[in-house]
Design a protein around this ligand. Structure first.
Ligand code: SAH
Length: 213
């Protein structure tokens, strides 16, 4: 087996050992190559289970966290999904394998532009990337069946809760500091919102306004 094939096999094995059991999620993680989303110096570490730096001082999340968040989101093939925090585009690409349509928003235009180029190169035509402040959601496309936030806020932003369809699920990291955060699953029922705490995580903060380039 080539070195690359072996690294990819270990990558999938390590996801399973960290609790990723959903076959559709594992298939998506196998099909979408994280190496396409990591550039330069760090590209050779793409198959290690660690976050890596990307442009604009941001990070591509740890693959096991991407997989566990995707699994918690419980996406169906007919779903319209909103992701806040495009970053490298890797998480959006994983979601594109499981959902009908993915909207992904980042406050840095450069990240949106670079992610779009990768989506195009890989033929991922069901993703729309938009430069905007995601804490307002995407009112024009709402409601969403699923919402995934990949930057940490103190609390679930009101506009995102409002743009979640009844029966919909939102997964997001919340916490007051950048060291102590919890991954939360919010389910919207006809009578309100139910909150489940999933696990401790560490994400870059959700920042208001568009990035200065
Ligand atoms: N999901 C990404 C990693 C996200 S890193 C991936 O798969 O690579 C978090 C991202 O959230 C950063 O790119 C940051 O620019 C973005 N972000 C932070 N605050 C934001 C906001 N208010 N609206 C949109 N994006 C935001």
């Amino acid at each position: 087996m080539t070195d690359l094939a072996e690294r990819k096999m270990r990558f999938l094995y390590s996801l399973r050992s960290k609790g990723v059991t959903d076959a559709r999620v594992l298939t998506a993680m196998e099909k979408i190559d994280r190496g396409d989303f990591v550039k330069g110096l760090f590209a050779e570490r793409a198959y290690e289970d660690m976050p890596l730096p990307i442009a604009c001082g941001q990070t591509i999340s740890q693959p096991s966290v991407v997989a566990l968040m995707t699994q918690a989101l419980d996406v169906s093939p007919r779903d319209k999904v909103l992701e806040i925090g495009t970053g490298s585009g890797y998480q959006a690409a994983i979601l594109s394998q499981l959902a009908r349509r993915v909207y992904t928003v980042d406050r840095h235009r450069r990240l949106v532009r670079e992610a779009e180029a990768v989506f195009q190169r890989l033929g991922l035509t069901n993703i729309t990337a938009i430069a905007a402040d995601g804490s307002h959601g995407l009112p024009d496309q709402a409601p969403f069946d699923r919402i995934l936030v990949t930057a940490a806020a103190e609390d679930a932003p009101g506009p995102l809760l409002a743009q979640l369809r009844e029966g919909g699920i939102m997964v997001l990291p919340v916490g007051q500091s950048d060291t102590v955060q919890s991954l939360i699953k919010v389910t919207r029922s006809p009578t309100g919102y139910e909150y489940d705490e999933l696990r401790p995580v560490r994400f870059v903060p959700l920042v208001e306004g568009l990035g200065q380039e």
